[in-house]
Design a protein around this ligand. Structure first.
Ligand code: NAP
Length: 323
């Protein structure tokens, strides 16, 4: 496998791998069983061996399970990994029940995260969402204080608006914006993406496969207990229409001798030097395919076909990512 290139997230910020490893699906998030832990740890090791140093987690992924898993995986090789942690979301029994962004809570959260991860400093620390109950200035100000205490190195944000991003960046320079972005999810292109670029903030782009829609492997009808049944994107006529769009991606994948997933990831990485595709991989078998995606280039005609087929609004129905 080819070693992954590095990118700099913001001008003074960290150098991280151009492809990130999303660890969320290594834990039970929306209920259901926990994937094979030995395989998850082996996947993290193999990712690190291939230069993928950016590991993404949240303290609420599996109610702390995900951080403990990463803690085990990086034992003895802390310097190989760049750990990005989200906080603030409260889950119970696989259900999102709200946010807690109070300064006193943040100071509490980070200590537990450090303990579960078994590290002294978190590389990138970020609120998972914002809400109106706590001013952004207090949230980012509290994280900045924790940075002064040496508990974290860089500050990020996730799933916020362009205005919120500007406000956050005025309190303390923001190194990274974690945001859903894919051929199927292009809302950020109108305002948020240009704002992040203007401010020199790196983009950590997740959900590149749009909840599996763009893998070309979606089996319909979905299983009864599949969480995607709750989202209109995966229901009835919307799903039929959306899968027709995916056929274009599938055909291009055949023509180029890649998979639809590889093209979906490659399209994201082509959107800018400071954009990192953050991809969930819970088994080693995913790594060669997704690493190879980082080598793909598109002709202008191919890019134009993708951008036309998947123009903003072309994919019908919402997911949890609709802002
Ligand atoms: N900030 C936020 O609000 C937020 C929200 C969601 C996620 N995230 C972060 O972003 C990461 C990625 O998000 P995501 O999981 O929603 O999206 P994703 O990366 O598009 O992953 C979706 C699914 O694609 C599968 N997959 C990966 N490579 C594949 C391949 N080559 N062929 C076929 N399927 C493949 C994965 O399966 P396997 O698991 O079976 O390998 C996974 O179940 C998460 O791990 C998490 O760290 C952040």
């Amino acid at each position: 496998m080819k070693t992954i290139d590095k990118i700099q997230l913001d001008q003074n910020g960290p150098s991280v791998s151009k492809l990130g490893l999303g660890c969320m699906r290594m834990s039970s998030i929306w209920g259901g069983s926990t994937p094979d832990e030995a395989e998850s740890i082996a996947t993290i090791h193999e990712a690190l061996d291939n230069g993928i140093n950016f590991l993404n987690t949240g303290d609420f992924y599996g109610a702390g399970h995900n951080e403990m898993l990463i803690g085990k995986a990086i034992k003895g090789r802390r310097d190989d990994a760049f750990i990005s942690v989200k906080f603030g979301a409260i889950f119970h029994n696989g259900q999102w029940i709200g946010l807690d962004l109070r300064p006193v809570a943040i100071k509490n959260f980070i200590n537990y995260s450090l303990t579960r991860l078994g590290i002294e400093t978190i590389d990138l620390y970020q609120p998972s969402r914002m809400d109106n109950s706590v001013p952004i200035e207090d949230i980012i100000g509290t994280i900045a204080d924790l940075k002064k205490e040496g508990k974290l190195r860089y500050i990020g944000v996730s799933e916020i608006t362009a205005q919120q991003l500007r406000r956050a960046n005025e309190v303390h320079p923001i190194s990274a914006l974690e945001i859903g972005y894919s051929l199927a999810e292009r809302q950020i292109e109108s305002e948020l993406l240009p704002t992040a670029k203007e401010l020199g903030i790196g983009i950590v782009a997740f959900a590149n496969t749009a909840e599996g829609l763009l893998t070309g492997e979606l089996k319909v009808p979905l299983a009864e207990n599949d969480y995607r049944n709750h989202f209109s994107r995966f229901q009835g006529e919307n799903l039929v229409h959306n899968l027709e769009k995916v056929e274009v991606l599938k055909q291009m994948a055949i023509n180029k001798s890649y998979t639809p997933t590889q093209l979906a990831i490659a399209w994201v990485k082509e959107q800018g030097d400071q954009i990192m595709p953050l991809v969930s991989m819970s088994r080693r078998s995913r790594l060669p395919e997704n690493i190879q995606a980082m080598e793909i280039v598109f002709t202008p005609e191919e890019m134009s076909l993708l951008n036309t087929t998947f123009a903003s609004g072309a994919i019908l129905g919402g997911t949890y990512l609709q802002r």
